[in-house]
Design a protein around this ligand. Structure first.
Ligand code: SAM
Ligand code: SF4
Length: 328
């Protein structure tokens, strides 16, 4: 029988942080020196991740997203992806990347049967991109997006973290891209995470405000959500080719629609980004416990998923772990 999370939520989506390391240092995610990165033997090996995915499909998981840190910096990523895409019970495998290495890898990723990609880009200006990511990789990121287009990814979702006084003068420019390009531009509310992400109330822009601001381009018509879609609300500007999505974890309670579980880079299952309660699956797996035991832990993580994370906009809760280790 399928395990349901409280609130009768079907949990079919597993987000996996395959590494906490990264080639950028985004101001909202890490400090300049990075974070206290995990030691190599603390991080799940590819074989261990594959093992856990094979078990989790027995618990109802049908979609996997690979994220990090930056997934493409981990050695051996393509052979791992080939093996993952051989797990036939999965209906969908997707990837979130900063795009820096995509020019090199887009075709190989597409050849593994992956069709959908999320690429993060918070500015359309080279200098500002440098300010936000602390690295000089703007041209490589754009080249990565173009390589993804040539390789035939559809859709290409562009994740934009909206930050007041940092990139909010570009929100309309990002939305305008959907008039010409088939991109799905997804505006994400700036979240307080870890202890090195510089979150301040004055930098926070609620989804509602972003929505209002981009309405200058035309009416935003709502689109329906699919079964494997996450909590983004989707819209299309009248006459546009692409879509707009809003992800408002602080201002909007989408917990009743949250279908996801997270696996951290060091093998902890988490039911909610904003709850620090975790279930260790790495230790029992390394001790050689049977799959039935691991499956029960996965079911337990689903059952103990919090019903909601409370009102975060009024009283933001800082998540203890950095986003890169949990898997954003
Ligand atoms: N390195 C990859 C990337 O940047 O796309 C994948 C990992 S990153 C942690 C995943 C997503 O989380 C990115 O879209 C990033 O913008 C988002 N993110 C990270 N920290 C965030 C924060 N404090 N608030 C909102 N979004 C955040
Ligand atoms: Fe790296 Fe992604 Fe975090 Fe930026 S958001 S530092 S690209 S993991």
């Amino acid at each position: 029988m399928k395990e349901m999370a409280p609130g009768k939520r079907e949990i079919n989506y597993l987000r996996i942080s395959i590494t906490d390391r990264c080639n950028l240092r985004c101001i909202y995610c890490m400090n300049e020196e990075g974070i206290n990165f995990l030691a190599h033997d603390e991080v799940l090996s590819y074989e261990e991740i594959l093992h856990l995915v094979r078990v989790s499909v027995q618990g109802g998981i049908r979609k996997v997203r690979l994220t990090g840190g930056e997934p493409l910096v981990r050695k051996g990523f393509i052979p791992f992806l080939e093996k993952l895409s051989g797990i036939h019970e999965l209906d969908e495998i997707t990837l979130t990347t900063n795009g820096v290495l995509l020019e090199e890898y887009a075709e190989a990723i597409r050849n593994c049967g992956i069709c959908r990609l999320n690429i993060s880009l918070d500015s359309l200006k080279a200098e500002r991109f440098h300010g936000i990511t602390r690295r000089d990789c703007f041209d490589r990121t754009l080249a990565g997006i173009h390589a993804a287009e040539r390789a035939g990814f559809d859709p290409i979702k562009i994740n934009v973290v909206a930050m007041r006084g940092i990139n909010d003068d570009e929100l309309v420019d990002f939305a305008r891209l959907t008039m010409e390009k088939p991109y799905h531009i997804r505006f994400i509310e700036f979240m307080p995470m870890g202890d090195s992400n510089g979150w301040e109330q004055k930098r926070f822009i609620p989804t509602e405000e972003i929505h209002q601001r981009i309405k200058v381009l035309g009416p935003l018509n709502p689109l329906p959500n699919h079964r494997l879609d996450g909590p983004a609300s989707r819209y299309k500007i009248e006459g546009a080719t692409g879509e707009i999505g809003f992800i408002g974890p602080l201002s909007h309670h989408f917990c009743d629609r949250c279908n996801r579980l997270r696996l951290t880079a060091d093998g902890q299952l988490r039911g909610c980004l904003f709850s620090d309660s975790e279930i260790d699956v790495k230790t029992p797996m390394r001790e050689g416990r049977p799959d039935s035991f691991l499956l029960e832990l996965i079911r337990q993580a689903i059952r103990s998923k919090p019903l909601d994370h409370g009102s975060l906009e009024a009283k933001p809760k800082k998540c203890v772990r950095p986003m890169s280790a949990i898997g954003g």
